[in-house]
Design a protein around this ligand. Structure first.
Ligand SMILES: [Zn+2]
Length: 214
């Protein structure tokens, strides 16, 4: 794994003595690295792989990644997501990587889509191609504060795909997984475009509460 990482101090706090993955032990222990496969069944998704729990430093950094000065964090998270996938053997089940899209307008305002950055990092690490096939047709409400049912409704029919994905086994990348509504909605579109199987890989799993973040 060490080849993915730089050796010039901790990537997060820039302190000395980074471990082989580029993060010092103090930062790493604040991040709750917990690679696992979510046990439940989610519509249109085979396994969903998580990397961290959405709390503490991880939560803070995921928020920070959405602003220009935190853009560099996508590389760090992408490397840990790669590690999570490798540890769980998920890389053997896929032949392409897709990501949850943003509307053109929102991506233009932010300057980048963090999900795309994560996907590109993982694709580079594993030498697996990225599919820029999912589009977000319109802006929807923020998922924060919605019930599980409302979350599903809120992301219904907001994504589209024009490509034929026949036979593809696709890893779908996103930042935070709460109820799975967003990933399932994207998974549906990919499966309807012919994909053979869709897997999920996220930075972190959030505990679902009505006021939860997604
Ligand atoms: Zn550190």
């Amino acid at each position: 794994m060490s080849s993915f990482f730089s050796d010039s101090g901790c990537l997060i706090c820039h302190g000395d003595f980074p471990l082989e993955n580029g993060i010092c032990s103090q930062c790493l222990s604040s991040m709750d690295f917990t690679p696992e496969i979510l046990g439940e069944n989610y519509d249109f998704l085979s396994d969903v792989y998580i990397t961290f729990l959405y709390q503490n430093l991880t939560q803070e950094w995921i928020q920070k990644m959405k602003f220009q000065e935190g853009k560099y964090l996508a590389k760090i998270f992408g490397n840990f997501m790669t590690e999570s996938l490798l540890l769980q053997g998920g890389h053997r089940k896929i032949d392409a990587i897709a990501y949850v899209p943003m509307t053109k307008n929102k991506e233009r305002i932010r300057g980048y889509n963090q999900g795309k950055l994560l996907a590109e990092e993982i694709g580079r690490n594993l030498n697996i191609p990225i599919l820029h096939v999912l589009k977000k047709k319109r802006e929807n409400k923020d998922q924060i504060g919605l019930t599980g049912q409302e979350r599903t409704e809120n992301v219904r029919d907001v994504f589209s795909c024009e490509e034929n994905l026949e036979g593809r086994r696709i890893l779908l990348v996103d930042d935070v997984f709460t109820t799975g509504a967003t990933l399932s909605s994207c998974g549906k579109v990919l499966m309807e475009s012919g994909a053979e199987e869709v897997f999920g890989l996220v930075i972190a799993k959030a505990l679902y509460t009505k006021k939860g973040d997604e």
